[in-house]
Design a binder for this molecule. Structure first.
Ligand code: ATP
Ligand code: MG
Length: 574
């Protein structure tokens, strides 16, 4: 229960720069009187709601709350306690102030002023403006009776009184969460689609790589086989040629050629010697043919001698020719052999060149094979493809994370929607309201009959009323006269207060009746109301604003009056 203790203000409405302080829990019942415009409503209605909720009870713009003569320094302070804690709220305009003190300490003001107000309403007062006005204030032109509130506002007030508005707050939070979860799922779905596309592209890429890789390797293997066959052929060629033998042949051929050449030279020399010899003999034959006398000894040369000499010389020439011929035959044979040796030499040299070329080719092919084998072992299967497969696995992992995140969100939505169902107007709240409705109706009827207003009031779950009156059909609130409406309003207010006390929710010590006695109540009504207030004032500080002070003055323990002096309102305690 909240006990409001003091409210004080300055430069507020018609009040000037001097602080006016009103004690709110000192007297059981207080009558507030004063002429029209003396400042009663500012002092008791607007000051309290402005201090607590930042807005006046009446529809006045905030800047117009500042005293129009002083135009600044508007300040309202309210002190109250809740359990063992004492609170002070200071609210000002020009300059703007909002301070909340708990047991003398200023509450953390890091929060924005809106949050600060939320803390005040939700955590400290535990009631909002609408509920406060429904359980504390009755009457006056600005007051909207419960029965004239919209269904939503009626629900709001009752939920606040029953302390179940937290369910509505929870519901709002849940709805927000569901919305953001659905949004997350939409985001995840988009991401999933992108990831799936990426995975498809990656899989196709890997397949292409694998296909290309195996084709490449096949090509390489067949190239190796070709090279190996060529190497084999070259090796056979080398074996067939036998380079060692070729080398020996070359050496032998060279030696033979040298020997043959020497012999040939000798033969040619012999031939020339014989030719020279032959020419000498032919000269002598010619001498004997041409000469009759010896030129040296001048003796005559006989014909016989001549003949003999010519015959013997011709025989010599024949012998020489035979010898030359013989030698020339040998020369021809040897020249042929020499030729054969030279051919053999050329061939053997050729063979060696071929062997060397084959060896070089074998070397080149072997190198090539080695290089190809390396490129096969280093190829995509172990390198690029496995890296690409790793990437694919990572992508699949990411996909799984997204899917499980989505499943989690979907489960959360399910639970939130279940909770949402429970928290909806038709859910737990309705159960609680249903439970309390008979109690509410009981209290309302109790207060109505206490005011000698014998009707059967019944409010349903939709907060619509049916009022049965004797000899009449079902009536609604609007069917009744102003005085009767006033009785219903009061009965409802007192019933709310009773329920609030029961629930220990929005219960407080203040009850302010603004001109309730003045307008529609007849003298019987006034008496009944006074009787009721007497009972109520045992637990409540009742304030009655009225112009009928002469009729009421003896019924109140305290009277506070207001008047205006020098254009400023002032309070006079009697
Ligand atoms: N910002 C302001 N500065 C100065 N005076 C103001 C300001 N706003 C309103 N007033 C005046 O303050 C006076 C007090 O008004 P208030 O409504 O409190 O009177 P009241 O005592 O409740 O009168 P009633 O009995 O007619 O309801 C009025 O004369 C009004 O014109
Ligand atoms: Mg007034």
């Amino acid at each position: 229960m909240i006990i409001f203790e003091k409210v004080r203000f300055k430069n507020f409405g018609s009040f000037g720069n001097t602080m006016t302080e009103i004690e709110l829990n000192k007297n059981k019942s207080t009558l507030i009187c004063g002429t029209n415009g003396s400042g009663k409503s500012f002092a008791f209605l607007d000051s309290i709601t402005f201090a607590l909720f930042g807005k006046p009870f009446r529809k006045i713009n905030i800047p117009q709350l500042v005293n129009s003569i002083n135009e600044k320094g508007c300040l309202v302070e309210i002190e109250f306690s809740r359990g063992l804690d004492k609170f002070l709220v200071r609210r000002g305009i020009s300059p703007r102030i909002l301070e909340i003190y708990k047991n003398g300490d200023l509450l953390n003001q890091d929060a924005k002023s809106l949050d600060y107000q939320v803390i005040l309403e939700q955590q400290i007062l535990k009631m909002n403006y609408k509920t406060f006005t429904q359980v504390v204030i009755l009457g006056s032109s600005a007051f909207i009776p419960f029965m004239q509130l919209s269904t939503a506002d009626r629900r709001n007030v009752i939920e606040n009184i029953l302390d179940i508005d937290i369910f509505s707050t929870m519901n709002t939070v849940l709805k927000g969460k569901i919305l953001s979860l659905k949004e997350s799922i939409r985001d995840i779905n988009t991401k999933l689609e992108i990831e799936r596309n990426k995975i498809n592209v990656q899989t196709t890429y890997i397949n292409t790589l694998e296909k290309k890789n195996s084709e490449d390797n096949q090509d390489k293997e067949s190239l190796i086989t070709e090279h190996e066959a060529k190497i084999h052929n070259l090796q056979v060629l080398i074996l067939n040629i036998n380079p060692d033998i070729s080398q020996d042949h070359i050496q032998t051929a060279i030696d033979n050629i040298k020997t043959q050449n020497n012999i040939l030279k000798q033969h040619n020399k012999n031939i020339s010697a014989r030719e020279t010899n032959k020419q000498q003999i032919q000269k002598e034959i010619k001498f004997f043919k041409d000469n009759q006398v010896c030129p040296t000894c001048s003796q005559g040369i006989s014909d016989k001698l001549k003949k003999d000499k010519i015959i013997s010389h011709n025989t010599q020439i024949t012998d020489l020719d035979i010898g030359i011929e013989e030698i020339q035959r040998w020369v021809s044979i040897m020249e042929n052999e020499l030729n054969a040796y030279e051919i053999a030499l050329t061939q053997s040299r050729q063979e060696l060149v071929e062997v060397n070329a084959a060896k070089k080719e074998i070397e080149a092919f072997t190198g090539d094979i080695l290089r190809i084998r390396k490129s096969i072992s280093k190829s995509s299967l172990t390198g690029d493809i496995s890296a690409e497969k790793d990437k694919l696995n990572q992508m699949a992992g990411g996909l799984e994370v997204l899917i499980s995140e989505r499943t989690g969100h979907a489960e959360d939505i399910l639970y939130h929607e279940l909770a949402n169902d429970l928290l909806r107007d038709g859910g737990v709240k309705t159960k609680i309201i249903k439970y309390y409705l008979p109690h509410m109706n009981k209290y309302i009827n109790k207060y109505l009959s206490a005011m000698d207003f014998f009707v059967q009031f019944n409010m349903d779950e939709e907060f619509n009323e049916k009022i049965k009156s004797r000899y009449r059909d079902d009536f609604t609130y609007m069917n009744f006269s102003e005085g009767e409406k006033m009785r219903i309003d009061l009965a409802l207010l007192l019933a709310w207060r009773e329920i609030a006390r029961l629930k220990n929710s929005v219960s407080c010590n203040l009850l302010i009746l603004d001109e309730v006695f003045d307008s529609s109540l007849d003298s019987v009504g006034m008496d009944e109301l006074m009787k009721l207030l007497k009972v109520v004032s045992d637990t409540t500080n009742v304030y009655v604003i009225s112009h009928k002070s002469d009729q009421l003055v003896d019924k109140f323990s305290t009277i506070v009056s207001f008047d205006k002096k020098n254009n400023f309102s002032r309070m006079i305690n009697s």
